[in-house]
Design a protein. Structure first.
Length: 82
């Protein structure tokens, strides 16, 4: 597989009822070696623009980022109820 000649990008919308902003930001920090992230609020959603996705990474960086953000939210929610 040859490297992509253009910048890879994706935009995901994460509902604020399922995701916490600080959990999304922490996931973005964790995945900073694999892509660039810009997070903004738009109504009921956090919109994450993911750019400069490293095409050399095996797997789906966007899906793994979303999973990590959800896991971070669960961890934060558990700790706030303790």
């Amino acid at each position: 597989m040859s490297p992509m000649s253009h910048t890879s990008f994706a935009t995901v919308k994460l509902h604020h009822g399922l995701y916490r902003q600080e959990a999304i930001a922490a996931a973005a920090e964790t995945f900073a070696d694999f892509a660039s992230f810009a997070i903004r609020r738009d109504g009921d959603h956090y919109v994450v623009d993911i750019t400069d996705i490293n095409s050399a990474v095996e797997g789906d960086v966007v899906a793994e980022f979303c999973n990590f953000a959800l896991a971070n939210t669960a961890t934060l929610s558990k700790s706030s109820h303790a």
